[in-house]
Design a protein around this ligand. Structure first.
Ligand SMILES: NC(=O)c1ccc[n+]([C@@H]2O[C@H](COP(=O)([O-])OP(=O)(O)OC[C@H]3O[C@@H](n4cnc5c(N)ncnc54)[C@H](OP(=O)(O)O)[C@@H]3O)[C@@H](O)[C@H]2O)c1
Length: 258
């Protein structure tokens, strides 16, 4: 019998839905971790020591909490030989480094966006890089609900990385204000809009003097993300240590087992 799954951030917008989806997919029992007592029956455990106590040896922790939980999450996975599926965004370079080091011993799927549509866009973006050579200006726009904590979104970062390549040093500009804020050659504007209940809306804009190209993705509801988490959990359960992406999960799911 597979060890139970623990959802960290279980009382949050994503955590609640993910927990339901995992149970519905027959991957239960699914425990939840949250830092506060809730009226909805989610155990008032916290990250750190308690997360470690909640996850079984060889279990899976699914994390939709906050980047500040990274150290506790990794420590719990290392201590219990657990696997990780991480949807949380906004990690600092140091926190990402910590995850990369942990991946030498821990199998983890790290994805800033579990939706199929964004993954397909990530696959096609390297082919759009040619527009840079054609001299097009490029800017990114992302919109999210008013409670989103990190900016720009992890997805906006991932889209730009897929488009430009990981080693790009093109300067980023976040919003413009002032009497002399003209666009500089080669800069990439990345603009974060926060309002209402917008689930997730990303656009990459490419323009020359005469043409505007838009690649746009709108998540219509959070089910767009949740549906990717179930295959990611199945994938990571029997994986060797390493850091895997949602594209790895999709490639694996597309190949029928022998
Ligand atoms: N990868 C994807 O496809 C995807 C999709 C949507 C969102 N996200 C990301 O997922 C994360 C959660 O989003 P959300 O909209 O669900 O946020 P949310 O509603 O604020 O939920 C986050 C939950 O995590 C808990 N939490 C916050 N800080 C924590 C910490 N330091 N340690 C442990 N738990 C902590 C909070 O619960 P308590 O206060 O009760 O502990 C909160 O309920 C964000 O980083 C977001 O960007 C990813």
């Amino acid at each position: 019998v597979d060890a139970p799954i623990v959802v960290n951030g279980a009382a949050g917008r994503m955590g609640r839905l993910v927990r339901e989806a995992l149970v519905e997919a027959g991957l239960g029992p699914v425990a939840g971790c949250t830092r506060r007592t809730r009226a909805d029956g989610i155990a008032p455990t916290s990250t750190g020591g308690d997360l470690r106590a909640t996850v079984a040896v060889g279990g899976v922790i699914v994390d939709f909490s906050h980047a500040s939980a990274t150290e506790d999450l990794v420590a719990a996975a290392e201590a219990r030989g657990a696997r990780l599926v991480i949807g949380t965004t906004g990690q600092s370079e140091a926190q990402l480094d910590r995850l990369r080091r942990a991946a030498e011993r821990v199998a983890m799927v790290l994805s800033s966006n579990f939706s199929l549509g964004i993954q397909r866009i990530l696959q096609l973006l390297p082919a759009m890089r040619v527009l840079l050579e054609d001299g097009f200006d490029i800017e990114g726009l992302e919109m999210h609900h008013r409670a989103k904590r990190d900016a720009p979104s992890g997805t906006a970062r991932a889209l730009l990385e897929a488009l430009l390549g990981g080693s790009s040093t093109a300067p980023r500009v976040h919003g413009r204000v002032g009497a002399e804020s003209r666009r500089q050659a080669g800069e990439i504007g990345v603009h974060s809009v926060r309002l209402g209940g917008v689930v997730g809306d990303h656009a990459l804009l490419f323009a020359s003097d005469h043409e505007l190209v838009e690649i746009r993705h709108r998540a219509l509801d959070r089910a767009a993300f949740v549906s990717g988490v179930v295959p990611a959990v199945r994938f990571v359960r029997d994986r060797a240590p390493g850091m895997y992406s949602m594209l790895d999960v999709m490639r694996d799911a597309a190949v029928p087992s022998p």
